[in-house]
Design a protein around this ligand. Structure first.
Ligand SMILES: CC(C)(COP(=O)(O)OP(=O)(O)OC[C@H]1O[C@@H](n2cnc3c(N)ncnc32)[C@H](O)[C@@H]1OP(=O)(O)O)[C@@H](O)C(=O)NCCC(=O)NCCS
Length: 184
């Protein structure tokens, strides 16, 4: 199995892939019932606009995006890379917390699960975070989600739970669990 490739998103090089990122985001909401900003009915255009705005933040330096690329079938004449996952690190301005980063929107395509994609994305994100002086990672996810199993395996420590935190795509309020990780 080829090792997944992870790259830093750049508007110039990868801007045309924003609709693919939006489609993976939508698939996670519809297929996995992930709580991720939007509720059905999902209009592709509103999720795509969201990612266009996120991409603008990469130019401002308040966020970066790591993208997971899978080499298409070996043996095809041109080596093509297909985008199969994404994660972002938000780095809002703070003089007192300049070393903090907020991990947001970790999505791996349902067609690429269980192949080390999330681990590779988070490893890339943490290396890029360190380059920017971000040493404390913070994130949260829904209790009972697949991601709840993943983050402790990647070295994240649970810091607490909030009942009735977010509205599920299938209705009802779901509980959330919060994690942190010191990179140094
Ligand atoms: C959560 C998600 C990102 C995991 O992606 P993935 O590429 O399948 O994860 P990986 O293959 O990299 O697995 C990473 C580790 O977690 C473990 N893992 C992954 N899914 C798991 C599951 N459902 N149950 C238990 N462990 C799991 C793997 O075994 C692996 O551990 P290891 O490296 O020690 O063997 C993916 O399922 C997803 O996109 N879900 C929907 C969106 C979502 O919930 N995002 C998080 C929002 S906070």
């Amino acid at each position: 199995m080829p090792t997944p490739t992870v790259k830093l998103f750049s508007q110039r090089e990868h801007g045309h892939l924003l609709p693919v990122i939006a489609a993976i985001h939508a698939a996670c909401i519809v297929r996995d019932q992930t709580i991720a900003t939007f509720l059905p009915p999902l209009k592709g255009s509103k999720i795509q606009k969201f990612w266009e705005d996120i991409a603008k933040e990469t130019d401002l330096g308040t966020r970066f995006i790591s993208i997971l690329l899978n080499e298409s079938e070996l043996g095809t004449k041109a080596k093509e890379l297909e985008l199969v996952g994404v994660v972002t690190l938000s780095m809002p301005f703070s003089e007192t917390g300049s070393f903090r980063g907020f991990v947001e929107k970790l999505f791996v395509s349902p067609t690429y699960r269980g192949r080390g994609g999330a681990r590779a994305l988070m490893c890339h994100l943490e290396a890029e975070a360190l380059k920017r002086g971000k040493t404390l990672m913070l994130l949260d996810t829904e209790i009972g989600s697949q991601a709840e199993k993943v983050y402790p395996k990647l070295g994240y420590t649970e810091m607490g739970r909030i009942p009735r935190y977010g509205i599920s795509p299938v209705g009802g309020l779901k509980d959330e669990v919060f994690y942190y990780k010191h990179l140094q």
